[in-house]
Design a protein around this ligand. Structure first.
Ligand code: DQA
Length: 144
């Protein structure tokens, strides 16, 4: 089973960025903990980060490429969660389940973060559990 993990804008700054919201782990450390769990579970993971909306759209489209057999996508779309119809449409284009994850509890923060444009086209949403949000998403795919 192959799972694609996508980190959206500003998530490359984790560890340095607003630790009161996002914790002290860097994105590389999150990727490492996912890689360890994946190895134990015999899952292959690929990780990708971009600050550019269109690059994330194109990465999601790769799920349709022959030879890129992703079984699922774990997506932290960062601020694009709240703004991007393009990301939502990209998720709708593919027939691969996407789990939306957030480190912080977006529903307990500013009102503009309460709305996720991608949630209706995702399999589910895990928010507020820090790096564990990603881990739980990977465990879900492993249970399928
Ligand atoms: C985030 C929440 C978003 O509102 C914010 O713009 C982020 C990170 C999270 O993981 O908690 O960049 O997706």
């Amino acid at each position: 089973m192959k799972i694609l993990v996508i980190h959206g804008p500003n998530l490359n700054m984790l560890g340095k960025r607003e630790p009161e919201h996002y914790g002290s782990m860097s994105m590389e450390q999150i990727n490492e903990s996912l890689a360890q769990l994946a190895e134990k579970s015999k899952i292959e993971i690929e990780t990708f980060q971009s600050n550019v909306e269109g690059e994330i759209v194109s990465k999601i489209h790769e799920a349709l490429d022959v030879g890129k057999p992703y079984h699922g996508i774990i997506l932290n779309a960062g601020a694009y969660t709240h703004t991007s119809i393009a990301l939502r449409d990209a998720i709708s284009c593919i027939n691969v389940p996407v789990i939306e994850v957030h480190l912080s509890n977006i529903h307990a923060r500013e009102e503009f973060r309460h709305k996720s444009l991608i949630a209706p086209v995702c399999k589910g949403q895990i928010a507020g559990l820090g790096a564990e949000s990603y881990v739980l998403a990977l465990r879900y795919f492993n249970s399928q």
